[in-house]
Write a protein that binds this ligand. Sequence first.
Ligand code: AP5
Length: 225
Amino acid sequence: MSEVCTTPAVLILLGPPGAGKGTQARMLEETLGLIQLSTGDLLRAAVAAGTPAGMAAKSVMEAGGLVSDEIVLEILRDRMMQPDVQSGVILDGFPRTDVQASALDLLLAETGQGVSLAISLEVDDEAMVARVAGRHTCAKCGEGYHDTFKRPTNGACDKCGGTEFKRRSDDNADTARQRLATYHAQTAPLIAHYAGAGVLRRLDAMQDIAAVSRDLTRMVEPVIR
Ligand code: AP5
């Protein structure tokens, strides 16, 4: 008899800038009904809103460093309290430090949960600077594109038809290199943390977007059924 999942799935996408975390999280959200929870997006919203947390985060993000655990955890806890996350979440860009990983374990333990799966998107550093530097998004709906790998058809967003696109202020080659260095120093060690917990899977994310999506869906489907 197959096991019945009684608690919502908690999935983590690990990987450096440009690995495809956001692209794949949004696809899983659409196909499997999970909620994408991106600390990068939450922080950018705080910056745009001019909140105290956003004002403290802005310069750190532009320099390619990590925002303080205190700020990130407060933002994440607030988001995790929203009712929609009860259907299961994909954490995109969180956790990024030992402190954040431990805090997540504690937060989930409060409701008898644990991390269902942590998927490491494995990529070559050299390709990541080009991926990040070519990224742009639809200004209207947020759909992600790339100058080379995923271009909008006829110059308009394939999803909503919008014709305005925007680029992130931290998506330049220098900051991308610093973000990669930060990832290797502070976040990559979490791969061993989740391997030790028995929930790690590795995925070749140098494949094209559709192939990564296919492999990821195969990994995720069994833990959410
Ligand atoms: P965040 O927004 O999380 O950025 P990141 O981790 O650097 O990741 P990216 O968004 O750059 O890459 P991605 O893996 O999502 O790639 P994407 O799918 O867009 O964080 C930004 C900043 O906020 C951090 O630097 C930090 O300061 C702060 N922050 C956030 N979370 C924090 C935390 N927990 N603690 C502390 N600070 C935090 O793809 C990139 C491009 O490549 C796109 O154009 C896409 O179309 C293309 N692409 C995707 N997949 C493929 C593929 N397979 N082949 C070809 N092209 C592809």
